[in-house]
Design a protein around this ligand. Structure first.
Ligand SMILES: Cc1cc2nc3c(=O)[nH]c(=O)nc-3n(C[C@H](O)[C@H](O)[C@H](O)COP(=O)(O)OP(=O)(O)OC[C@H]3O[C@@H](n4cnc5c(N)ncnc54)[C@H](O)[C@@H]3O)c2cc1C
Length: 517
């Protein structure tokens, strides 16, 4: 498979669905949605016009201005991004793409950009789904791609930590840890193409359902280049010394500085696993079981509830019921008794368990679908389907009303009678779940983005009205600003603005993300 990244969609260009796969997909989706039979072609890279700024000779070797590179860095990977790229529409292409391969180079680009008033948008893997890597202002800007600042420099087996450069992508990180018998065990669905720096900048969530799953818990120390200097936090297991410096940069989404490296908390690779799939007649019983499990003190690695439609579409379930995918794992302690205990809890809530063999059955089908999903999403866009995922977290008592409100809002905002909503729990906590909703509807050709915007806004309004956060792990970027503005307490807002003014006095870093420039 050619390693060339797609400029318009997810992942590797060569792994996009083939024509044959598109036909099979169209047949399957056609059962649920009225499709018009058209398939949007992939256009050639649009001509973008010359960059509005010229790099100085000292930086010329690390700045490029070719159209393909600029088009590929103009957007992230949200539905809206793929639709626009497929229409050959690049709204605000970057004037330049910077490829620094050292921290000194990062600082040199920031200095030049500050002096010339060029905005800088940090770019890790570009997998943002919230407009995080897309500049929407009118002035000149550059996309700073950090993937040449990559690699795992040191693995500390005594303290179970590893130092990774920010541009290291998931598979490269895991490949470097594997010979040591270690893993970060941080697996966002975008794992293959997203980076350590991007995870930290967005407070990414990995796909382990309980315990430390946000990258926040896995960061021991950080190194950041800001327009006013470089900072590195102390390598300690814990500290009570005032507000934590790392927390300022976790979730800072590129507005305060460029994360260049991190010491990460790694762990021994799991060797003992046990898994089961539990069938529930209705998802309400599954919700109660998931709550009981996570409140019992059990910490399953996987505790993923699929509602009936999600179970049917993603895991091939035919009986119209919900499914709870349960898994336990450990580097050396036995886990069978833990699984048995969790299964007992499920039985008490009416669940029927079947033991899962790794990679087979409902769980295996679901896993395969999960990994291929981003390519399938791009294919659905080409087939004329509005498809989007929106995630949140709320307390258990609020979930039923929030769920109802989200479904109602999507039905009211989407094409009447043909808008479908499914959900799963990606993460569960003792105080509440993180529901992840998927929407599908036939796209009005030519007005796809407007339709998507309408559904997304209505759903986010419903989530906010029912006590959910605007994002559990997809970040804020530019698309979630309205709801994040309302979610931020005023004194915190003042502190964030003051931090921005202190660290980025010229306001060049990712303007429009999190707060106004
Ligand atoms: C198919 C798909 C599945 C996804 N699944 C998940 C998931 O399971 N869990 C999850 O948490 N997210 C998920 N996401 C969202 C996205 O992958 C995450 O937000 C991820 O952390 C972004 O990493 P990245 O390296 O691609 O960063 P980018 O998308 O390039 O950047 C994200 C933000 O961080 C900033 N940034 C990037 N690198 C740096 C740096 N070194 N220093 C400072 N700022 C920086 C950017 O300016 C931008 O604002 C998914 C996205 C897609 C398209």
């Amino acid at each position: 498979v050619s390693e060339e990244r797609s400029w318009w969609g997810w992942g590797l260009a060569a792994r996009a669905l083939t024509d044959g796969e598109m036909r099979v997909l169209a047949e399957r989706v056609g059962i649920l949605l009225p499709l018009d039979g058209a398939v949007a072609p992939v256009p050639p890279v649009p001509a973008l016009g010359p960059p509005r700024v010229r790099p100085p000779a000292s930086l010329a070797s690390m700045l490029s201005g070719d159209d393909r590179g600029r088009a590929a860095h103009a957007y992230g990977k949200a539905y809206r991004d793929v639709v626009r790229a497929l229409a050959g529409r690049i709204d605000h292409p970057p004037d330049l793409v910077a490829w620094p391969d050292t921290e000194a180079a990062v600082a040199a680009v920031l200095d030049w950009a500050g002096e010339t008033g060029v905005a800088v948008v940090p770019y890790g893997g570009g997998s943002s789904v919230v407009g995080g890597v897309e500049y929407r202002g009118d002035g000149p800007w550059l996309s700073m791609d950090l993937r040449k600042l990559a690699g795992v420099g040191e693995v500390d087996e005594v303290n179970l930590t590893a130092r990774a450069a920010a541009g290291t992508v998931g598979p490269a990180l895991e490949a470097a840890l594997k010979p040591h018998g270690l893993t970060l065990r941080h697996f966002p669905q975008s794992f293959e193409f997203s980076t350590v720096g991007g995870w930290i900048a967005t407070r990414a969530g990995g796909h382990f359902a309980t315990g430390p799953t946000h990258i926040d818990d896995l960061v021991q120390a950080l190194r950041v280049v800001t327009p006013v200097g470089v900072g590195e936090s102390a390598r300690v297991p814990a500290s009570g010394a005032g507000p934590a410096p790392d927390r300022l940069f976790l979730g800072s989404e590129g507005i305060l500085g460029i994360i260049t490296a991190a010491w990460l908390r790694v762990r021994r690779r799991p060797r003992v696993t046990a898994a089961a799939t539990i069938a529930f007649g209705a998802d309400g019983d599954g919700v109660a079981a998931a709550r009981a499990i996570v409140q019992s003190g059990l910490q399953p690695a996987n505790c993923r509830l699929l509602d009936p439609l999600e179970a049917a579409l993603q895991a091939g379930v035919r009986d119209g019921g919900a499914r709870l995918l349960l898994g336990f794992e450990s580097a050396d302690a036995p886990v069978d008794a833990l699984l048995e205990h969790a299964v007992e809890i499920c039985r008490a809530h009416g669940g029927v368990a079947s033991r899962s063999v790794d990679g087979e059955g409902t769980a295996g089908t679901w896993r395969e679908t999960f990994l291929r999903a981003p390519y399938v999403r791009d294919a659905l866009v080409r087939l004329g389907v509005v498809v989007e995922t929106i995630e949140t977290a709320c307390t258990w008592d609020r979930f039923p009303a929030l769920h109802r409100a989200v479904v109602d809002a999507a039905h009211a905002a989407g094409p009447p009678g043909t808008t479908h909503v499914t959900y799963r729990f990606t993460h569960v906590y003792p105080d509440g779940p993180a529901p992840y909703f998927t929407f599908m509807a036939p796209a009005p050709r030519g007005a796809e983005v407007e339709c998507w915007d309408r559904i997304k806004a209505a759903v986010n309004d419903a989530i906010a009205a029912h006590g959910g956060t605007v994002t559990h792990h997809h970040a804020v970027g530019r698309d979630h600003r309205r709801w994040y503005d309302a979610e931020r307490p005023p004194p915190f807002d003042a502190a964030l603005r003051a931090a921005k003014a202190a660290l980025d006095p010229r306001g060049i870093l990712n303007p429009g993300v999190l707060i106004d420039p």
